[in-house]
Each structure stands twice: as structure tokens, then as C-alpha cells.
Design a protein around this ligand. Structure first.
Ligand SMILES: [Zn+2]
Ligand SMILES: [Zn+2]
Length: 460
């Protein structure tokens, strides 16, 4: 065993990639990553949210960003400041083009430690990584962790090297393992595409495509003579990956002997073949069967949720789950609620049943009713006139849909899932003191996804 405490995977990655950062984009990686991306791009569409792990200088990140467009989001994470500095310089050069990219410096095996990713589990549409999946000692643990951040049905795209790719560094790894020295990368588990398929399957990812990407480095396949072991060992001894071999003269001699042994083991008829190929596995996270209680509730069969006003005079039930939710920051919502916004949930008007009863509190007015307010030609709002709770809003253009104020929903009654807030609307009227949450909801000056003309009826 090594006498010194082995450095951590991330410390080792930082050490190695700090050396590589200034020259990384002059290597074969840009050209290779373009070819790799060509196989991933069919799985991309505008609006997707992608987690690009060990993003390095952003070679894959910015291609992904262009594909998912302004409504999409690419989060790139890398542990090496030098690599990320190159990526950040690209962002700084074209901030508007890449406004959909966020970069964080962190260890990718600890996504939970990134505060900006809090609450993001199960929310990414895709997870990508280029030339990085061989860097982890325990690939199942690494991928299993990442997959938690993926939606069911979301895709994973990762490449791994052919077992005979980079014959020299493969032999360095075998040597280091026999010496008990820490090794940054781990290619030992890679016996072929089936190895990657197995790792993905163990993590709940079903492989849909296994692409053989040839000519990774552009050097093509090579042959080395079995007698070249000593020369290769001596030429490579100053590389970062060989640091563990130089701790002492004895270590160095042992390393050289083991390197030669491992090199010779690979030789066939006096030659060691190097195969310039990687395998790109593209899989999808398994989709669990939706819980039956949340499944399409037929209208009028049972109550999906209920709610009511503060004084209890007005209650309602809905037989269907809300289809969407938004926060409205318009001046009317702000003033009528005395707050920054009103969160609204959209339900089918036919699914709602409204019941008016006598007020429970003596302070409520005797003639309780659902008070209707028309503040504009666009919509009609309804309140409890006894306690003032805003309850409903219906756009006149679309009476089949009713917006229910989410604050009036009785959470204990929920037998369905409430949708996440999908949009922040009427931001042109938002109060300055309101800070929007750091979420992925659409930001709209006026209405969500629809122009004012569409909602209001237009002028033509
Ligand atoms: Zn009331
Ligand atoms: Zn509003």
C-alpha cells in the first residue's frame, strides 16, 4: 500500500486538469466533442433542462445550450477552477447567446452540496458528460447519484473508452492498481459496451442506443511493439498520472517492472493494439407506474381537492387536479391580496362545485355571497363578501377554465398532486420589493404562453 494518504478523487482531478486546462481546447477534444454531440443532439429539443457534468472548458455545454435554446437551461459543473475559468471566459464573451447556461465549481459526486441545485432532484431532462465517466472509482455510485436529478424518462448520455483505448495509460492504471497507488481514472471495469450497459441498468437507466465513435483522438488505431515497454515507461514517468511511481527509487523500480509485465500481457504476436474508439451509451431513466390514486380522475366521480374562504361561508370542491399553476403579479392581484402576487391553479370549470353556507363567525355579514368583481373586460373575479378571501378568476375569453387561488386550497383535502408554479405572469406590474424565486418557471411580462390578444380576444 502507498505510505502516504491517497488524495481524493476530486483533488486528483483538480491536479491533473489544472495542468491540462490551458491546452485542453488545443487537443483533440473539441473535434471529438463535436462528433460526440452529433449523436446526442437527436435527443435534444428547445426547452430541455440539461445537467452537463464535469463540463470542463464547456466543449459540450455550449453545444447543448444552443440546442435547448433560450427556454432551456444547461447547468455545467466542474471541480477544476482552471477548466471552469476557460468555460466562463466563453460565457463572458457571449453572455446573451448563452444566457441559458449556469456554471458551478463543485465535485460532481456531491451534487447535493450545490446550493443552487437544492430542490432540483427529478427535474432535469437530460444528464450528459463527455470524456469523463472513466474518472470515477465507483461508476455505479456516481451515476446512481446523478440519476436522482433526472426526471423519469429523462436521458443519460455518457461515453467510455474502448478497453484498448490509450494502451499506455491503461497500462499505467493496471500498474498503479497492483501497487495499491491511487489512480484518478478507472477503466478496469470497461470490458466493452456491455459493461456500460450494465452500469446504467443498475442505476435504473435503460440503454436505448450504444454508439461506437471511432477515431476519438484522430490518430486512428495503432500498434506498439511488445519491446517498447521500457521506452514508454521512461518517456511517461514525468506525466501527472505517474506521480505515484516516483515516491522513491524502489517504487519506481517496482512500477517499471509491473508496467512491463502488464504491457506484455496485452501483446498478441508481439504487438499491443491501441483502439482509438469510445462507446457512447444513451439511455432513459425508468418510468415508474404513476400512483393509481393520482391517475386521471373522471369528472364528477370523486373529489380531487377542496378549499374555501377564511370565514368558511364559501367552500368548493374540484373533481379534477389542477392542470397548471402560475403566480400573477399584476396590480389587481397585488392590491386585492395585499401581497406580492396571487398564485392561481387552473381547473376545469365543470369540475368545480361551489357551496355557500351561513357564516360561522358572528363578525361575518349576514348575507354572505360570492361577490363578483369586473375590474377589466378581460376577467371576472370572485370573493367571499363576508371575509374578503379572493377565490376564483375566470377569463371571459376562456370560461371553460377557472383559476382557483392556491392559498384557499385545503391541503389536507388533497388527493392529487398540485402542479409546480409554471409561470410568473404580469411581471411588468410586479412590485419592486418582490424577489422572484430561483426556479424554472416562465417569466412573462403579461400572460403565460399566450399573447394579450389571444386571451383578451384581440382587436381584429
Ligand atoms: Zn368568507
Ligand atoms: Zn393578476
Amino acid at each position: 500500500m502507498a505510505e502516504t494518504t491517497p488524495e481524493t478523487q476530486s483533488a486528483s482531478a483538480i491536479r491533473l486538469y489544472t495542468h491540462r486546462a490551458p491546452i485542453y481546447d488545443s487537443s483533440y477534444h473539441p473535434s471529438f466533442t463535436v462528433r460526440l454531440f452529433s449523436h446526442i443532439s437527436p435527443h435534444l429539443s428547445p426547452g430541455l433542462k440539461i445537467l452537463d457534468l464535469a463540463c470542463g472548458t464547456g466543449l459540450l455545454t455550449y453545444q447543448l445550450a444552443a440546442a435547448v435554446g433560450p427556454s432551456g437551461r444547461v447547468v455545467g459543473i466542474d471541480v477544476t477552477p482552471g477548466m471552469l475559468a476557460v468555460a466562463r471566459a466563453k460565457l463572458a464573451a457571449e453572455p446573451e447567446k448563452y444566457a441559458n447556461v449556469a456554471l458551478y465549481e463543485h465535485d460532481v459526486t456531491d451534487l447535493d452540496g450545490i446550493k443552487e441545485l437544492a430542490g432540483m432532484k427529478g427535474r432535469f431532462d437530460g444528464i450528459t458528460g463527455a470524456s469523463m465517466f472513466v474518472l470515477f472509482q465507483d461508476p455505479v455510485a456516481a451515476l446512481g447519484h446523478w440519476v436522482q436529478y433526472l426526471k423519469p424518462g429523462g436521458f443519460v448520455a455518457l461515453d467510455v473508452t474502448h478497453p484498448q483505448n490509450l494502451a499506455y495509460s491503461g497500462t499505467v492504471e493496471k500498474t498503479a492498481r497492483r501497487m495499491g497507488a491511487f489512480m484518478l481514472y478507472n477503466r478496469m471495469w470497461m470490458k466493452g459496451p456491455e459493461s456500460l450497459e450494465e452500469v446504467m441498468r443498475k442505476c435504473g437507466v435503460e440503454v436505448k442506443e450504444m454508439v461506437v465513435v471511432e477515431n476519438q483522438s484522430g490518430q486512428g488505431d495503432k500498434k506498439y511493439g511488445v519491446e517498447e515497454a521500457d521506452r514508454l515507461f521512461e518517456e511517461g514517468i514525468d506525466k501527472e498520472i505517474c506521480r505515484g511511481f516516483k515516491e522513491s527509487e524502489a517504487k519506481r523500480a517496482e512500477a517499471k517492472r509491473l508496467f512491463k509485465e502488464e504491457w506484455e500481457k496485452q501483446a498478441v504476436n508481439g504487438w499491443v493494439d491501441e483502439v482509438d474508439t469510445v462507446f457512447l451509451g444513451i439511455g432513459r431513466k425508468d418510468v415508474e407506474e404513476p400512483k393509481s390514486e393520482f391517475k386521471a380522475l373522471p369528472i364528477h366521480s370523486k373529489v380531487a381537492f377542496s378549499g374555501g374562504c377564511r370565514c368558511g361561508s364559501i367552500t368548493y370542491t374540484s373533481t379534477t387536479a389542477p392542470s397548471a399553476a402560475c403566480c400573477c403579479y399584476c396590480a389587481a392581484c397585488r392590491q386585492l391580496s395585499g401581497s406580492g402576487c396571487i398564485p392561481w391553479a387552473q381547473v376545469h370549470t365543470d369540475a368545480l362545485t361551489i357551496t355557500i353556507t351561513a357564516p360561522k363567525s358572528s363578525s361575518a355579514q349576514a348575507s354572505t355571497t360570492l361577490h363578483t368583481l369586473n375590474l377589466s373586460n378581460a376577467a371576472e373575479r370572485q370573493f367571499c363578501n363576508a371575509c374578503g378571501t379572493p377565490l376564483f378568476m375566470v377569463y371571459k375569453r376562456n370560461p371553460e377554465e377557472t383559476s382557483v387561488s392556491m392559498g384557499s386550497i385545503d391541503e389536507a383535502s388533497l388527493r392529487c398532486e398540485l402542479p409546480e408554479i409554471g409561470s410568473h405572469i404580469f411581471l411588468k406590474e410586479k412590485a419592486k420589493w418582490v424577489t422572484l424565486p430561483n426556479d424554472w418557471a416562465l417569466r412573462c411580462d403579461e400572460f403565460t404562453g399566450r399573447t394579450a390578444e389571444e386571451v383578451l380576444g384581440g382587436s381584429d
